[in-house]
Ligand binder design. Structure first.
Ligand code: GLU
Length: 295
């Protein structure tokens, strides 16, 4: 059975960009008598708010989207994520990183050929080869993040592939060879986040039997390293369907700061949910999305 999910982080009200992602996942599931799940990705306690969690559920209902089964919340699943990180550690693929953001920026600035990912420079691997004796002592007294040694992990797992039913940002489609190093040595856990986005998503998609991951194409690079995590953790591999980003009338990504484009605000302005659904769906068949709502 086809299972999709919508997995928002409750850091603000739902805007049109996330409403589109929800509608997309919903419609694909409903068209094939599948299941549509709602998962609240609320691990980052510094940014997530219960108020937005409740508002997201409420706004989705208002939009007319019904999900199957109970809502999952990642904050309730930390023990499962820790077990997954332990397993990666037992494979010898995890190392502590003591670098602050500033340290990383400095290191990147000093390096002549810092590797770059889709969102800028990647972590340059500063702490990857620190001796164990040294890291153990430092872990007792300094904050640190746990990172995945991606190169070693790739060497262990060999070539991996995934199926893309939608499109990546460069039109990538079909059987894709994963390039897990695209995002560098990803963080698995840090002081602020008991489990990183990549780790938690992979564990939960498997636990919820998600068979098709649908989301905006700005997360396409994530699929590459998530494929690696699936292989390392021996998890089933979903198919992917990345879709266009919904852009504001100026052609920019909606952000949580665009109050005019939140479902809350559109509702207040008197838009009917049918109308919003219809306009979002029209964009779904019309390629790159620009919506003339709420501006
Ligand atoms: N929680 C992620 C976000 O809000 C969604 C990630 C995903 O769909 O894999 O961007």
């Amino acid at each position: 059975m086809l299972v999709t999910r919508f997995a928002p982080s409750p850091t603000g009200y739902l805007h049109l960009g996330s409403a589109y992602a929800a509608l997309f996942a919903h419609d694909v599931a409903r068209a094939q008598n599948g299941r549509f799940l709602l998962r609240i990705e609320d691990i980052d306690a510094t940014r997530c708010r219960a108020q937005f969690d409740a508002a997201i559920c409420d706004d989705l209902r208002w939009l007319g989207l019904d999900w199957d089964g109970p809502v999952w919340r990642q904050s309730e699943r930390l023990a499962t994520y820790h077990a997954a990180i332990r397993r990666l550690d037992e494979l010898g693929l995890v190392y502590p990183c003591f670098c602050s953001r500033k340290d990383i920026a400095r290191e990147v600035a000093q390096s002549l050929s810092a590797p770059h990912g889709p969102d800028g420079p990647l972590y340059p691997g500063t702490c990857r080869s620190l001796p164990r004796a040294q890291t153990t002592a430092r872990m007792g007294r300094e904050p640190y993040a746990l990172r995945l040694d991606v190169q070693q992990a790739v060497a262990r797992m060999g070539t991996l592939e995934f199926d893309e039913h939608g499109r990546g940002p460069l039109g990538e489609h079909g059987r894709i060879t994963a390039e897990p190093a695209r995002l560098g040595d990803i963080v698995l856990a840090s002081r602020d986040r008991a489990a990183s986005y990549h780790l938690a998503v992979v564990v939960d998609d498997a636990a919820q039997s998600v068979s098709l991951v649908t989301r905006a194409c700005d997360l396409f690079a994530s699929a590459h390293v998530q494929r690696l995590l699936q292989a390392l953790l021996d998890l089933p591999v979903p198919a992917y369907s990345h879709h266009d980003l919904v852009l504001d009338p100026e052609g920019r990504k909606f952000s949580k700061r665009d109050h005019a484009a939140t479902l809350r605000d559109l509702r207040r302005q008197g838009y009917a949910p049918d109308e919003i659904r219809q306009r979002l769906r029209l964009r779904a068949s019309g390629g790159l999305a620009r919506l003339g709502l709420g501006t």
